[in-house]
Design a binder for this molecule. Structure first.
Ligand SMILES: C[S@@+](CC[C@H](N)C(=O)[O-])C[C@H]1O[C@@H](n2cnc3c(N)ncnc32)[C@H](O)[C@@H]1O
Length: 241
């Protein structure tokens, strides 16, 4: 298992950051292109919420699942045997180098389709049982449109499953924990260079749009920086109606 520090190409991409020029897809292609093959091993010990998704989600036989911002399709490994129960799993992303890895992974599954599309506008053309967004909202400038789109494609009672880096509001909604000044300002600055923008409005907006079933507010380690812990959330909710 490798950290960013042992992967010069990955480290260089992170130091260079996401460029400000071109469309979102062009910027992401440039950022992830040099590190696509190392993406999985370097994110394993950073994206802690993904593991929890595997433990919390209970997919039923015949479910249609959409992952918005699926990247390399690593969620397939996290879902494990559950993935084979589904009628169809659609892995949607806008970044071609990561999708190339996802396509390779999808070959091992007869029920997985990889789609190059924008999470804010993608229309699966059928009713969906579960929408997953794993560390995706922080990378989408108009993240609220991705949540709206998830709600649009879900059947009534369908589930949204979201995990991402978390910063709290200075005055959080009822039930949400308040983070200190340093955490609220440090993480958006730290991640912002790489196009990742933790946003205190993710959870309030999800809670306003869905009936909440699971809400976890945790912190996990950062590879190579043993004294640092980065906050993340896991949210699950059902579409009303
Ligand atoms: C940090 S990665 C997470 C990938 C994967 N879900 C995981 O857990 O490893 C964020 C992903 O969001 C994708 N993304 C960003 N904006 C997007 C958009 N508007 N539409 C689709 N995908 C997008 C990126 O290309 C990238 O694959």
């Amino acid at each position: 298992m490798s950290t960013f520090l042992a992967q010069p190409r990955v480290l260089w991409s992170l130091v260079r950051g996401v460029s400000r020029h071109g469309s979102l897809a062009q910027r992401l292609n440039r950022f992830y292109g040099p590190q696509a093959e190392q993406y999985d091993e370097t994110r394993l010990r950073l994206l802690h919420g993904r593991r929890l998704i595997g433990e919390l989600v209970d997919l039923r036989r015949g479910d249609v699942v959409v992952e918005l911002g699926a990247g390399t399709g690593a969620t397939l490994d996290i879902l494990g045997a559950q993935a084979s129960r589904c009628r169809e799993i659609l892995l949607v992303d806008i970044c071609e180098p990561l999708l190339a890895v996802a396509r390779r992974r999808a070959r091992e599954h007869g029920n997985v389709r990889v789609v190059e599309a924008d999470a804010t506008t993608f229309d699966p053309g059928l009713e969906v049982d579960v929408v997953v967004m794993s560390y995706t909202l922080t990378m989408i400038p108009d993240w609220f449109l991705a949540i709206d789109n998830a709600a649009r494609m879900l059947r009534p009672g369908g589930q949204v499953v979201v995990t991402d880096f978390h910063v709290s509001r200075a005055e959080p909604m009822c039930g949400l924990r308040r983070q200190g000044f340093l955490a609220r300002h440090f993480w958006p600055m730290w991640f912002g260079h790489d196009g990742v923008r933790p946003n205190p409005d993710h959870l309030p907006y999800l809670m306003a749009r869905f009936d909440t079933t699971v809400l976890m507010d945790r912190a996990g380690g950062v590879p190579g920086l043993p004294w640092v812990r980065v906050p993340y959330y896991v949210y699950m909710g059902r579409k009303r109606g």
